[in-house]
Design a protein around this ligand. Structure first.
Ligand code: PRT
Ligand code: ZN
Length: 288
């Protein structure tokens, strides 16, 4: 039991599906995951703690969990409000991206936010921002329906998470300055027992390889032999490509991994310059 690695993830919310999916892609198999607080892996010495996202930084800091997947915004808020938290960011995971931004009612005239009442679920981050900018304002801490507070006169403006912007739009709010960008991150305790380190290193390396693979694509196409240099330059972040001669000696096949997504514009540019039979494939795992 002591040697089993514990990973805390959000039980029910925006981070849950992706968190579980990234761990499964790392080859960790789990028994039925529905509705449990504690899930044992069936093939590795790993257990999942299914908890609220707000509890993850403390669970990791207290070594109740060794690793955790949580939003940067939550970690930053908890670290600012409790400086004794002992945890570090190991990897940025690239999902659940959002930003913490100020927003005001569309009809409100606002020159600056000095002396305004700001409703937010992130009081420590907002306080830190205001102090750094030397702004005097009142912070109203509220959890849930922050976007409604200016209209019931609890606040003048808000500071809330935004991803698509549609919540602000449908509540007649305009986004102002952004305080921080956030995404899901992998955190780890700063005092991991040494016997667990090899397994942590293995899991972190696998997660890293899953993340890299997600952004990468394998691209293959045929081209005229004397046109290869020009075509290779069009490929986004390409590794040194493999060039294979074809039966028709005037042509070659080019295969390479692009470390970024390959967009339609790139495919169209390749075609315009004579590439044919273009194939773009997803990559499941990528390890260097
Ligand atoms: O129950 P539990 O405490 O575990 O979950 P929770 O309700 O506190 O969190 P949850 O599941 O809503 O969000 C978990 C994490 O997802 C957050 O801490 C962020 O790191 C991340 N995330 C990414 C977001 C959003 N995008 C997001 N858009 N969290 C919240 N929102 C909300 C925002 O508060 C606002 O109400 O979505 C609305 C805005 O979205 P748009 O798309 O309309 O702009
Ligand atoms: Zn929460």
């Amino acid at each position: 039991m002591k040697n089993r690695l514990k990973i805390a993830i959000q039980k029910n919310g925006r981070l849950s599906t992706e968190s579980l999916s990234i761990l499964k892609k790392c080859g960790i198999e789990f028994s039925d995951s529905s509705n449990k607080l504690f899930i044992k892996s069936t093939n590795m010495l790993i257990d999942l703690l299914m908890v609220r996202d707000d509890d993850i930084p403390r669970l990791v800091s207290q070594n109740i969990a060794d690793l955790g997947i949580v939003g940067e915004n939550v970690v930053f808020e908890k670290q600012l409000s409790d400086t004794s938290l002992k945890l570090k960011t190991t990897l940025k995971l690239g999902f659940s991206r959002c930003r913490l931004s100020f927003a005001k009612p569309k009809k409100m005239n606002l020159d600056n936010i000095n002396n305004k009442k700001i409703a937010t679920s992130y009081p420590s981050i907002v306080k830190d921002y205001l102090e750094k900018k030397d702004i005097n304002a009142e912070i109203i801490e509220i959890h849930g329906s922050v976007e409604l507070t200016p209209f019931v006169e609890i606040s003048d403006i808000i500071a809330d998470l935004v991803s698509t912007g549609s919540t602000l739009e449908s509540n007649n709010l305009t986004e102002l300055d952004s305080i921080m960008d956030s995404q899901a991150i992998l955190v780890q305790s700063s005092s991991i027992p040494s016997q667990k380190l090899p397994l942590i290193e293995k899991i972190v390396a696998r997660i890293n390889s899953v993340i890299k693979a997600k952004d990468s694509k394998y691209i293959m196409f045929n081209a005229d032999t004397d046109n290869t240099d020009e075509l290779i330059k069009l490929l986004p972040s390409a590794e040194s490509p493999t060039i294979i001669p074809l039966a028709d000696r005037s042509k070659v096949a080019i295969h390479t991994v692009c470390k970024e997504d390959v967009f339609w514009e790139t495919i169209e540019s390749l075609k315009l310059r004579g590439a044919s039979s273009i194939l773009v494939l997803p990559i499941e795992k990528l390890s260097y």
